[in-house]
Design a protein around this ligand. Structure first.
Ligand code: AMP
Ligand code: ZN
Length: 460
């Protein structure tokens, strides 16, 4: 299996560190101060696809995902209020209630989207001692130092800082803001522990008085506890590359002298209408909101599967409508195969299987693997094809084995497939191809009518 490693900037052949069959993988989890939006969930669908692809390749998984329920400030650095404290103030609930409520909804979203839960899910607030030990260790090794308001990591001590993002210390110096906190040795040093003012809502005793952990130390301490000093894969969204993951590497190198993960994988962002998702624009949709608008979570998952995880994915309601139509057609075709008694050509099946596997093992080329599924479903109906599709679904996770019997449409698969191609051609404004396909479909005795949600096929 080849995986694109942000650290080496190329596709690397995947091998476990210890040569065993178990992949140790850490995924940065959610900060549970609000509902997860569809962008966040795209990143966890990516994590899930990776887990499923590894399993398809014969590995077992030991996956760890954290729940950040303290210490993530409004910026990814050291500025602003703790997100949990802010939510607690605004929603007039204590932070423990806030964390519990949003963690529950997040886990429900996982179920709805058929995202397998990592083997270990760990809350930051349940690992404060491990974090304190980590900070003590960094201080003992000369990487951590105390200031009036916290314990900071001295970036100038770690020459490799910036290896993931390509940022140099000079870039950081140039970009550093004038700091209020003049106690820091370097303006770009980051907090690993914060001292808590009396009124601060979440705080724990520590060798430096009452305080709370920095966000970055949480992941370093928990990944080390559950996966050891070096594990196989670390995942997160691309926004984690320049700060959060760079800081995690710095912390691990400081304490253990090692980069914690061999493969660093990052999921690209989801955009909405070509731009950033933000609360002020009112475009941070949740799964529940999509459901209310008539899009099932599986349609959203299918929508995500159509873009490679390293490509930006633009969410619009037009593309969601197209995904919905396409997903429904796919389910319809699949049921035709399910209900057939016919056998399929074994050589053809093997060729599909081979092509599918090559796509999946090539840095998770899921869009291409979906293409294989579509081509396969256009074959004459056969229960063997159904069975192979269900095997592919171990990776796609679309719950294809659970789709309900469809009673309507008697349209042959060949026609549906041509109509799909026509639809794609129309989307690309390839009118000549679309017209040619419409004519072919007509010659075969069917009419395709464009509708608001896509198209409709009727017999002449
Ligand atoms: P947070 O709960 O803010 O810590 O984010 C949870 C995960 O969602 C992180 O891995 C982020 O990198 C990821 N993320 C945030 N915004 C987006 C987005 N627009 N598209 C994809 N992933 C995102
Ligand atoms: Zn993290």
């Amino acid at each position: 299996m080849k995986l694109y490693n942000t650290l080496t900037r190329k596709k690397d052949e995947f091998k476990t560190q210890d040569g065993t069959n178990t992949v140790r993988m850490y995924s940065c989890g959610p900060t549970v101060y609000n509902y997860a939006h569809i962008g966040n969930l795209r990143t966890y669908i990516f994590m899930d696809l990776l887990r499923r692809a590894l399993k398809y390749d014969g590995y077992e998984l030991k996956g760890v995902m954290n729940i950040t329920d303290v210490g993530h400030l409004m910026s990814d650095g050291d500025d602003g209020e703790d997100k949990m404290a802010k939510a607690s103030r605004e929603q007039k609930k204590d932070p423990w209630q806030i964390a519990e409520m949003y963690t529950n909804v997040f886990m429900q979203d996982f179920d709805k989207l058929n995202i397998e839960k990592p083997e270990i899910i760990c809350k930051a607030t349940a690992h404060i001692n491990e974090m304190i030990d980590y900070v003590v260790g960094l201080c003992e090794k000369g990487f951590g130092y105390e200031t009036e308001d916290g314990i900071y990591y001295d970036i100038s001590k770690f020459k490799g800082y910036g290896m993931l993002s390509g940022n140099t210390l000079d870039d950081l110096k140039a970009g550093a803001r004038i700091e209020v906190n003049s106690d820091k040795r370097n303006p770009y040093d980051f907090a690993i522990w914060k001292k808590a003012p009396k009124e601060h809502i979440m705080q724990w005793p520590s060798p430096w008085g009452q305080g709370y952990p920095g966000w970055h130390i949480e992941c370093s301490a928990m990944s080390r506890k559950y996966l050891g000093d070096i594990f196989d894969i670390h995942t997160g969204g691309v926004d984690h590359i320049p700060i959060h993951h760079e800081n995690e590497i710095a912390q691990s190198e400081g304490l253990t002298g090692k980069n914690p993960a061999k493969y660093w994988l990052h999921g690209e962002f989801m955009l909405v209408d070509g731009g950033k998702m933000s609360k002020s624009l009112g475009n941070t949709y949740t799964i529940e909101q999509l459901e209310k608008m008539g899009y099932s979570p599986m349609v959203f998952r299918y929508f995500c599967l159509n873009a490679h995880y390293r490509k930006k994915l633009n969410f619009t309601f037009d593309t969601m409508d197209a995904a919905k139509t396409s997903y429904e057609r796919l389910c319809g075709l699949l049921l035709k195969h399910k209900n057939s008694q016919d056998k399929a050509d074994v050589e053809k099946l093997n060729a599909f299987k081979q092509e599918f596997k090559e796509d999946v093992l090539d840095d998770l080329n899921i869009p291409s693997a979906l293409g294989v599924l579509w081509t396969m479903l256009k074959e004459p109906y056969s229960v063997d094809i159904y069975n192979l599709a269900i095997e592919f679904d171990k990776v796609f996770g679309l719950g294809l084995d659970k789709i309900k019997e469809e009673t309507t449409s008697d349209i042959p698969g060949e026609i549906i497939a041509k109509a799909e191609e026509m639809q794609n051609a129309r989307k690309e404004k390839n009118w000549a191809v679309a017209d040619a396909l419409r004519a072919e479909i007509s010659d075969l005795g069917y009419i395709v009518k464009n509708t608001k949600d896509g198209y409709e096929i009727t017999k002449k």
